[in-house]
Ligand binder design. Structure first.
Ligand code: FAD
Length: 487
């Protein structure tokens, strides 16, 4: 195609007659599938090109699904071994680690079929191509010698584990999340590099399944973007379960020996050596952009390689869109799917139809440790730095009847409101299954509800959701002085 970069720099791309376009999607994960259904709903033909991970991409194959399935298995084992109920004696033993991962793999395969392949198999006009795609120009995609002509292109190639440059690391047989959930045997011990959500979820899961686990985190705190009281409390709970958490760790070198892997690091001015049978690298994600030949089409990336997009998810080249992890934070499966659908809608819009801008407000998020950490909107520090006169109440889970009955009273809920108009600004929770209450606060933030609104709602007794009501009541009242279900 000689018309490379037609519309280049004008912000508009060549008009496509309604319902007659061809969208080529590079990548086969959640963003790509959401885009496929949205584009075909609009009458477009879709060619989806995927390689690397199997169809479904990160979430179903090596991310959300296997991690959460294994976390649940580890939790079932943990609860059976240690619960707080009198008069019940129980025990649990891991007899076959490989059986746990193979059961997880069966679930992965079933969901890959049901939630991805089956979803598109009966949609006319969808072709799935296996192969590595690269851009020849802004309208031509080459896949193993075959050239696809596109009216619009969507890049949804996701991200992969980022491996830090530490001397010796490349020479050892390190694990990443691409392989760790498929291990047939549990190691005796593991070093986990990283201290954010993926690292912490894996660390607790391994510890609960009997693996001696050490977290090596560069920052002074785990989950360093969250407040110190929250991360300190989480560290305490994880350490009670024997997760060894080392922070302020500056990695110096890695080497393998007869019995595993050794990491030399500077910790608080001292040189220390950590040793374990295996090492898991969970130090963040890097975008899959190098092999796309983005320069051939003029698509720009930021300094970390993530594709630059505007509010409508269009890249620096009109007609080429990008969505999902490949455009950077937020990197969740639900935001990837949202972006994929939105990008497809904008890419396949009829001539003259206004483009829709992305809007993540409010964006709830979860860390699937136990207790879970979840949040939405602003915490006190964020509200203050936004210049809002804010107030935060902290409700310990010991005040929540559901938590008392379940004997799961770890943690607390922090609810933040604007002092001026009582509007809910956000919340943070650290609690067993705490993520379940975050959607109520998300609705409150989204629909500009006040603490008074939340406090006046019926909340069934005993539910975890009562925590939200009790926290809302705590603005101005001492809830420990209220009788059951009082308002
Ligand atoms: C361990 C782990 C746990 C997670 N847990 C959660 C969770 O609980 N909840 C949550 O919301 N999110 C979670 N996430 C994040 C979530 O999985 C991702 O945000 C999401 O899957 C990204 O989807 P995507 O479509 O952008 O990319 P992907 O799903 O990564 O899909 C991209 C696809 O494109 C392919 N590809 C790359 N380059 C090319 C090329 N040149 N040609 C053809 N194909 C190519 C890739 O191999 C892949 O198949 C987790 C991630 C990890 C790693």
């Amino acid at each position: 195609m000689s018309d490379c970069c037609e519309g280049h720099g004008t912000g508009r791309s060549r008009a496509v007659p309604n319902g007659a376009g061809h969208l080529v999607i590079i990548g086969g994960g959640s963003a790509a599938f959401a885009a496929t259904t949205r584009a075909t709903d609009r009458g477009w033909r879709v060619t989806l090109v995927n390689d690397g991970l199997p169809i479904g991409g990160t979430c179903v194959n090596v991310g959300c699904v296997p991690s959460k399935a294994l976390i649940r298995a580890a939790e079932a084992h943990h609860r059976a071994r240690s619960h707080s109920f009198a008069g019940i004696e129980s025990s649990s033993r891991v007899t076959d680690f490989g059986a746990i991962t193979s059961q997880t793999n069966t679930l992965v395969e079933a969901l890959r079929q049901e939630k991805y392949l089956d979803v598109v198999k009966d949609i006319p006009g969808v072709e799935i191509v296996k192969g590595r795609a690269r851009l020849r120009n802004h309208r031509e995609i080459e896949v193993d010698g075959r050239v696809l002509q596109a009216d619009r292109v969507l890049i949804a190639t996701g991200a992969r584990p980022r491996v830090p440059e530490v001397p010796g690391l490349a020479q050892v047989e390190y694990l990443t999340t691409d392989a760790v959930f498929k291990l047939r045997e549990a190691p005796n011990s593991i070093l986990v590099l990283g201290g954010r959500y993926i690292a912490l979820e894996c660390a607790q899961m391994f510890t609960r399944l009997g693996v001696k686990t050490t977290v090596l985190q560069r920052s002074e705190r785990i989950l360093p973007t969250e407040s110190a009281p929250l991360t300190d409390a989480l560290s305490g709970y994880l350490e009670e379960e024997a997760v060894d958490i080392q922070t302020g760790v500056e990695l110096r070198s890695v080497r393998s020996g007869r019995t595993g892997v050794s990491v030399e690091a500077a910790v608080g001015g001292e040189t220390r050596t950590f040793h374990a049978e295996r090492i898991l690298v969970a130090t963040g994600r890097t975008p899959n952009t190098e092999e796309l030949d983005l320069k051939a089409a003029g698509v720009e990336v930021d300094r970390d390689g993530f594709i630059k997009v505007d509010e409508n998810l269009q890249t620096t080249i009109p007609g080429i869109y990008a969505a999902g992890d490949v455009i950077g934070e937020p990197m969740f499966v639900y935001t990837a799917a949202y972006e994929g659908a939105l990008a497809a809608e904008n890419a396949c819009a009829a001539d003259g139809e206004p483009a829709r801008a992305r809007d993540y407000h409010p964006l709830p998020w979860v860390v699937f440790t136990d207790p879970q950490v979840a949040g939405v909107g602003m915490d006190q520090a964020q509200a203050e730095s936004a210049g809002i006169d804010a107030e935060t109440v902290k409700l310990p889970m010991t005040k929540v009847p559901r938590a008392l009955a379940a004997r799961e009273t770890h943690g607390f809920l922090q609810l933040t409101r604007s002092r001026g108009n009582d509007r809910i600004l956000g919340a943070r929770v650290l609690a067993h299954e705490g993520s379940e209450i975050m959607m109520e606060v998300s609705l409150a933030v989204r629909f500009r509800m006040t603490a008074r609104d939340l406090a006046s709602m019926f909340h069934p007794y005993l539910t975890l959701g009562e925590a939200v009501k009790l926290a809302a009541l705590s603005f101005g009242k001492d809830v420990s002085k209220l009788s059951c279900c009082a308002t």
